[in-house]
Design a protein around this ligand. Structure first.
Ligand code: TRP
Length: 334
């Protein structure tokens, strides 16, 4: 690799990405490809920490991979691979788990949240999830990891593990830093705008999937919950305005306009007209993604060949780190 900084990030293949995933993370994954050496992974191993239906999981892994390509991840420039296709991740994760404290893992808020949500299946994988994530990042000597609020603690523990290992054995791992993307912050639910947009929302109109067709997108935006007002004005921190604030941020992020420009464009117009405009802008943005996805998903042979190539490229990089680490620990090399 040249002198570009290395970025690593992962996405779980548990559901079709939504507008929040796209504006908050994936759009940025695409944008970073020229400036950085990017390694992106569809993290199927993380996904099975909660029970998955096998046929559905298989489909979701392929869908997620194809969708990333459709959004513009270029498999020539960027290493795009399925985590489970590279055995080095589980190998390093085992090793790192021997350098991770039980207490440290017990303090992870995501573990606490998920154990509550899946109380019937609090398995050891759910507990050691952050160690596998540390292995993902450290195997590629990543300099930067784009993280949202929910993943900050996982990046922090990855750094702690790396520091601990380096202190015992000498420089083995680059210390990864958080990469805070510019642009859109959180995208909120269209039905409960005080909550984050989420696939698991009971209300089917709350969440826009990147594969929703035009009519569906427009219909969901038409039904978006706002308030009894009528002016298209952004009021920072005003809870009553959470709905309209959300729509304004989405419109600004999608069109590249500022909030002020958006307010001006819609001054004197009502919520109805604005909702339609936001819906159409989002539908326009996803149209090429949907079309490209259909094309890529139709050619399974090509998709598999891209995955195979990605797996090989990733293994070539991760093998170097794994070898170095095994040597340092004192494993006998054959
Ligand atoms: N835990 C991350 C999530 O749920 C996914 C992930 C796995 C990841 N490995 C990673 C993200 C490494 C960044 C870096 O979103």
């Amino acid at each position: 690799m040249e002198n570009k900084k290395i970025i690593f990030s992962g996405i779980q293949p548990t559901s079709t990405p939504h507008l929040g995933n796209y504006l908050g993370a994936l759009k940025n994954w695409v944008a970073m490809q020229d400036e950085y050496e990017c390694v992106y992974s569809v993290v199927d191993l993380h996904a099975v920490t909660v029970r998955q239906e096998p046929a559905k999981l298989r489909g979701q892994i392929a869908e997620t991979y194809a969708l990333l390509m459709a959004m513009g991840i270029d498999t020539e420039k960027t290493v795009l691979f399925v985590q489970g296709h590279n055995p080095h991740h589980t190998q390093l994760a085992w090793l790192l788990s021997c350098y991770t404290g039980f207490g440290e893992l017990s303090r992870m808020t995501q573990f606490k949240d998920k154990s509550e949500k899946h109380s019937e299946n609090i398995n050891a994988g759910l507990f050691t999830y952050p160690v596998l994530q540390a292995a993902d990042i450290l195997l590629y000597q990543a300099d930067l990891v784009p993280v949202g609020e929910d993943q900050k603690q996982h990046l922090e523990i990855s750094r702690d593990i790396a520091v601990r290992f380096n202190n015992i054995y000498g420089e083995a791992f680059t210390l990864p830093q958080a990469h805070i993307p510019l642009g859109c912050g959180k995208v909120m639910s269209l039905s409960e705008p005080r909550r984050k947009m989420s696939k698991s929302d009971e209300n089917p109109h709350a969440c826009i999937s990147v594969l929703d067709d035009r009519d569906t997108v427009v219909r969901k935006f038409k039904r978006a919950v706002t308030d009894s007002g009528s002016e298209i004005v952004y009021r920072e921190g005003d809870d009553l305005k959470a709905g309209i604030n959300n729509l304004i941020s989405i419109y600004a992020a999608v069109t590249g306009k500022t909030v002020a420009e958006t307010e001006k464009e819609f001054s004197g117009k009502g919520y109805g007209e604005f909702k339609l405009a936001v819906g159409e802008a989002v539908a326009d943005m996803f149209k090429p993604v949907r079309e490209e996805y259909a094309r890529i998903a139709a050619d399974k042979t090509h998709l598999i060949s891209r995955m195979r190539d990605g797996a090989e490229k990733s293994m070539k990089i991760s093998a170097k780190t794994l070898k170095k680490v095994c040597k340092k620990v004192g494993f006998l090399q054959l």
